[in-house]
Design a protein around this ligand. Structure first.
Ligand SMILES: O=C(O)CCC(=O)C(=O)O
Length: 381
């Protein structure tokens, strides 16, 4: 790993420090964190659901143990090792074919260090309307860094095993129903002194004008933290904004006179904590001028009824109508995740995914070969 580098927010440094401090105070005051808890009859504790629906996010503390974090870290180091030497390079630093190159599905996303590649552009349906401040990186920083990897379950079995985590899948069922379906998976990498911002945005694409739209229409993302996350490198959320429909982020920033949106709260986690974030919430993250890495394993789930028969948004892959076959095919990743986890943690109770009733999925060499480019099947709404 790189040695820590010393950079700051330049002209914004003083204001930024005050904002981070206030955000951290808020993060511990709004009552949306704690371990995953179930009632005696096995339901997710209603206090957790209430806080999630009130705030639009919740931090589950201590979900991943030391063994699992060590597995994730080993995979992450191997991913770093196998990245192309630079943007458009075909090989890694050891001359091997680089990770993510030659795929049909989208894989690596690059940014200039501390840049904001999406803000103020038409990319991803124009959903990041305001460009974030881009601090200046150190003179010896590379020209481009990878800050996002899509289809990450094909690059990390440890991520696949987190995907099959029984308590997290039980949370998915409590929020989206027992017949919940996949969205996509990703790894966000916020390198110290280099990690890009993700400009303020709401994730949903397809249901803003649906007659039955509600606070859960566009599903949620889990965000599992390898090294934890701080106000400086973590995702920030405007609490309650998932209930407001499509909001005018440009107007919010104009009214505040700054991209430091008032009332926004950072997701603050220790290693092994897993946040759940409503995709309709206004959220984003700042360029990482801190000395701490953030590595997030993202994986999202939807309500089946939000996806079935819907024409997908075309942001993560080609637009298509999501029929029952498409959903069934994409949900094989849940079966593989559960079996991969069972092989690694045989003493743990496995999750029984209701739509797979009676079917078994085996995580083996065949399955490994089959999942190349699996994210062409993402269910992107
Ligand atoms: O991890 C980040 O910095 C951004 C995450 C995000 O925007 C998302 O998952 O939609």
């Amino acid at each position: 790993m790189n040695k820590p580098v010393t950079v700051d927010y330049g002209s914004e440094e003083v204001a930024m420090r005050a904002y981070l401090r206030e955000g951290e105070r808020l993060a511990f005051s709004i009552g949306n964190r704690g371990p995953i808890r179930f009632t005696p009859d096995g339901k997710l504790h209603p206090d957790i659901l209430d806080a999630y629906w009130r705030c639009g996010f919740y931090v589950f503390e201590g979900v991943l143990g030391a063994d699992e974090l060590a597995d994730i870290e080993a995979d992450f180091q191997s991913i770093l090792d196998r990245l192309p030497t630079e943007k458009y390079a075909l090989v890694d630093a050891k001359g091997r074919p680089a990770l993510g190159v030659g795929h049909n599905a989208p894989t690596l996303f690059w940014s200039k260090p501390l840049g904001d590649p999406f803000g103020g552009t038409a990319a991803a349906g124009g959903r990041h309307p305001v460009k974030m401040f881009e601090p200046k990186a150190a003179a010896d920083a590379p020209k481009d860094v990878v800050y996002l990897i899509l289809g990450s379950l094909q690059f990390s079995e440890a991520h696949l095993r987190v995907y099959g985590h029984p308590d997290l899948l039980a949370v998915a069922a409590a929020v989206n129903g027992d017949d919940f379906v996949p969205f996509n998976e990703a790894m966000f990498i916020k390198e110290p002194g280099r990690g890009a911002s993700v400009a303020w945005h709401q994730d949903g694409l397809t249901h803003w004008n649906s007659p039955d739209w509600d606070q859960g229409s566009h599903g949620f993302n889990f965000m599992a933290q390898l090294y934890g996350c701080t106000p400086a490198n973590g995702v920030w959320v405007v609490p309650g904004s998932h209930k407001l429909g499509k909001v005018d982020i440009r107007a919010m920033v104009a009214e505040a006179g700054t991209e430091r949106l008032p009332g926004a709260v950072p997701i603050v986690c220790k290693p092994g904590d897993v946040a759940i974030t409503n995709r309709q919430a206004v959220h984003g993250s700042f360029a990482n001028t801190s000395q701490d890495w953030r590595v997030t394993l993202n994986f999202g789930f939807h309500r089946r009824r939000s996806v079935l028969g819907v024409t997908g948004g075309g942001v993560h892959n080609a637009a298509a109508v999501y029929d029952a076959d498409r959903i069934r095919e994409r949900a094989t990743m849940i079966g593989y995740g559960i079996d991969a986890r069972k092989q690694r943690f045989p003493a743990e109770r496995s999750y029984a995914y209701a739509p797979h009733n009676g079917q078994t999925y085996r995580w083996d060499q065949d399955a490994r070969a089959k999942i190349r480019d699996y994210n062409l099947m993402d269910l992107s709404i």
